[in-house]
Write a protein that binds this ligand. Sequence first.
Ligand SMILES: Cc1cc2nc3c(=O)[nH]c(=O)nc-3n(C[C@H](O)[C@H](O)[C@H](O)COP(=O)(O)OP(=O)(O)OC[C@H]3O[C@@H](n4cnc5c(N)ncnc54)[C@H](O)[C@@H]3O)c2cc1C
Length: 399
Amino acid sequence: MPTAGHDPVLVAGAGPVGLVTALLLARAGIPVRVFEKRGALSRASRASTFHPPTLAILDELGVADTAVSAGRVVREIQYRDAAHKVLARFDMSDLAAETPFPFRLHYEQAELTRRILAVLRQLPGAEVTFGAEVVGAETAGSQVAADIRFASGREKVIGSWLFAADGAHSAVRNSIGIQFEERPYETRVLRVMTRQDMDSVVPGIAPLSYIFTEEGSCSLLRMPDCWRIILRVPAEITERQALEADWRREQLGRFFSLSDLRESDFISTDIFAVSRALAAENRAGRIFLVGDAAHLTNTRGGMNMNCGIHDAYAIAGALIDTLRGGPASMLEQRARERHEIARNELIPRTDHRVANASDWLRDVRDCAGDPGKSREFLRSASMLDMAPPVKPRGESIAG
Ligand SMILES: Cc1cc2nc3c(=O)[nH]c(=O)nc-3n(C[C@H](O)[C@H](O)[C@H](O)COP(=O)(O)OP(=O)(O)OC[C@H]3O[C@@H](n4cnc5c(N)ncnc54)[C@H](O)[C@@H]3O)c2cc1C
């Protein structure tokens, strides 16, 4: 036990990033305490896309098999025009030489957190406390102190390190004074979930498809039990208008024949505002910011949670190495690399996807016609070029 007798590592937030952090540490025999302000895990439907490097991390943590068998494996990506003609097609099997997971997985993030919590509960040294809001933290010497609010009152909890995975409004980040300026994207996202098989509307449609018209684009994602249709809401449309059936119908009519869409199969319609932001720093002494606490971007391409899981893997992995006697400089370097990746890759890459639809489509068509460019496109869309290297099976960090 590398840290026997040491204070536990503390984690603020039991979202996907906090729980991956905790699982990695607990599997390495490092005592970890997670504090979650809600009374239970969030059931909200949010991230759906798990990219190949994230699946490799989940595999190392022993939770990929359940995810893959419960989720929807996606190997083909299509771009279509307004008449539904295929303009570009990509086959993720082209990545088979580079990753053991040459596909993306459509799977609800709330299913992943539920699964990780169940595994954590079996591990000695891991403790997850609900109804525990981290309201602030301090770092001094070889300890951190987190100020936690429970229903019964406040308590100061001492740890050796603290991972702030408490989301976009991170109380830890705010309490230590790290700047996080959110800049909203021009368009918001309207998400329609339907039970209807979209293959009956667009024959031959791939489980990840984009339809481009002169006026904009729409994305379709096939989930294990439904389809998500993602539309963009311009700034001048209010949230109330966007949620009205007439506005939704008008927008859907730009991409599909309305007589083919069965509204009775719609499960839900929600609207989300999306922002970009980068914490000025992702480390202060013994505190690390990971996931949404450190960076935010738009949902196109499905990268922000994936990037957060990569933060957790890289930084908690380096901490494990350091606690086992490795150089402390490695921890510093990993944290710095994750900050640079969010600034130089994550945010610009996702911005590029929404900035100008016709430029994006031209680039995509150009790549699809050339095997080398197509593979590069898939590597970039799958985050293979911006993820931390994952140890091969059998050489787990936690081993
Ligand atoms: C509609 C939608 C679709 C998305 N699709 C994708 C996608 O396909 N792929 C992708 O990569 N990303 C996607 N995202 C982004 C993704 O959902 C987030 O990046 C992800 O949830 C971040 O995980 P996290 O653990 O950092 O933060 P969160 O999921 O926000 O979790 C933070 C946790 O901390 C808790 N908490 C907050 N404050 C405190 C506190 N003070 N003390 C203790 N606990 C606290 C919260 O209750 C929560 O449980 C999507 C987002 C939305 C809204």
